[in-house]
Write a protein that binds this ligand. Structure first.
Ligand code: FAD
Length: 452
């Protein structure tokens, strides 16, 4: 029966190491990397987007975070702070009934709860239409640098190794992985900052309440009052409802996130157990909402803050609190300082109505390189300032600013340091000046405790 024309015997006789050539290599396909790569692709640049994970969307999809924070201003008349790329995401999520706007009384702004699978598909389509070439499951193994210029990144994938040579590099890895492997200076907090094992629950019943928020408030009350009985270490856990999908996002655990291959997963294991225990608490103590629910997913343990680049300027907590408007401001933020620096809780400092703070272009550009820029949660900021600007709204804004700076650089400017900030600002002006209203249909019903 064996027909030798149906198979071939093959053997690896020489290592293949393909090298891709691109204008730009973006390392990290999270919110900031997807934004940056898509906009550069739309500018006609050849872009290779690399991620160690086999999905597009970074933590927004793979954890999944479940809520876009920091897109809206503070106060009752919130407007969109970041519109570039963000409005198209919101529109497409809305078309798929995969979004829920939630006015957060804690954050004093509007949060955007989304379906992670829909967001991933939206990202994939946008990247493809922009002509971005993707290498997923591609772990950065080494970086070749000549003085102030990064030349090449070397990747390992399940299909073999691969290199990318480019004229400019964008570090959107969240952990400054590109910068670190290039041997350039990085910054890190000298105290632990905790991540979270998120749990996505489906089959949640929202029909027994007038407003979905009532489920959220009751669930948060139960977790805070009974959490210890169920072995939870974190207090003040938060829940985000997505009623159109009968889903809820449980953000109720804390875990250390050391950048070490063994220690990372050892720290993650107890938090994964606690995530399941938190769900069991809700199923048992709040059966009207969670009695028929199930855990839909527990993704990659969420990492809040680890390593940053050493940029031309370190954004400080003082800048954030003062709302300093830098001459080279390229992104606008109103999200609270949200530092998860203890196992049981976190610092939370919201801002008054109308407050905005800014990210300068200098915090994105590495001080020691001419063709390296960062965006997202590894830009240069002290731990307090970073805790405010690392949420996804500002990640979109920083990704857009990085794309424009790189596009200008590729027009023939010798160093990213010489890109005129005013030229970047001109291109991202809606993110700095606009006050776009956005229909959110948010409920603002006070908590039962606040009525007392
Ligand atoms: C538990 C938790 C809850 C949060 N809650 C919210 C919230 O409610 N709202 C909100 O807006 N924000 C929230 N945040 C913050 C927000 O999720 C992140 O800061 C944001 O998603 C960061 O986006 P990013 O693009 O900078 O990086 P990431 O999304 O982290 O993407 C970085 C990508 O780089 C890749 N990468 C890293 N190293 C390498 C390497 N060596 N080789 C190849 N690829 C690599 C990673 O695989 C990853 O996909 C939360 C964060 C956590 C952890």
């Amino acid at each position: 029966m064996t027909n030798t024309s149906h198979f071939a015997v093959i053997r690896r006789d020489m290592p293949d190491r393909p090298t891709l050539q691109a204008d730009v290599c973006v390392v990290g396909a999270g919110m900031s990397g997807v934004t940056c790569a898509t906009l550069l692709g739309r500018h006609g640049r050849t872009v290779v987007l690399v991620d160690a994970c086999p999905w597009v969307g970074g933590q927004a999809v793979g954890v999944p975070i479940g809520t876009i924070g920091g897109l809206f201003s503070c106060g009752p008349d919130s407007y969109l702070l970041t519109t570039i790329f963000a409005t198209e995401l919101l529109e497409e999520l809305d078309q798929r009934d995969a979004v829920f706007y939630q006015r957060s009384r804690r954050a004093r702004t509007v949060n955007v709860v989304y379906d992670d699978v829909e967001l991933m598909r939206i990202f994939e389509r946008k990247l493809r239409h922009a002509g971005v070439r993707m290498i997923l499951g591609g772990v950065l193994a080494a970086v070749e640098r000549e003085g102030r210029l990064i030349r090449k990144v070397r990747l390992e994938t399940r299909f073999g190794p691969c290199d990318v040579e480019a004229r400019a590099f964008v570090d959107t890895s969240g952990d400054a992985a590109l910068t670190w492997l290039a041997g350039l200076s990085c910054r890190t907090a000298i105290f632990p900052i905790f991540g979270t094992q998120i749990v996505i629950v489906e089959g949640v019943n929202y029909d027994h309440v007038r407003e979905p928020h009532e489920v959220q408030w009751e669930a948060e009350r139960l977790l805070n009052e009974r959490g210890r009985d169920y072995g939870l270490t974190r207090e003040k856990g938060v829940i985000f409802p997505l009623p159109s999908r009968k889903m809820a996002v449980l953000n109720v655990t804390h875990l250390a996130t050391p950048l070490d291959p063994v220690a990372f997963w050892e720290a993650a294991a107890p938090a994964r157990d606690e995530g399941e225990q938190a769900f069991q608490l809700l199923a048992k103590e709040y059966p009207a909402a969670f009695g028929q629910a199930r855990i839909r997913s527990m993704g990659h343990p969420g990492i809040r803050q680890t390593r940053s680049i050493v940029g031309r300027y370190m954004l400080t907590a003082e800048d954030v609190v003062a709302g300093t408007r830098f001459e080279d401001a390229v992104a606008r933020v109103a999200w609270p300082i949200e530092l998860h620096d203890t196992a049981s809780g976190y610092r939370w400092e919201p801002f008054p109505d109308g407050h905005v703070h800014y990210v300068p272009l200098r915090s994105l550009i590495h001080n020691e390189a001419d063709n390296l820029i960062a965006a997202g949660r590894c830009v240069d900021a002290d731990p307090y300032a970073l805790s405010s600007i690392r949420v996804m709204g500002p990640c979109i804004a920083m990704g857009a600013a990085a794309a424009e700076a790189v596009d200008l650089f590729l027009n023939g400017i010798p160093s990213l340091h010489e890109v005129p900030p005013t030229a970047v600002q001109e291109r991202v002006r809606p993110n700095l000046e606009g006050q776009m209203e956005w229909p959110t249909e948010v409920a603002t019903r006070p908590r039962a405790s606040e009525l007392a």
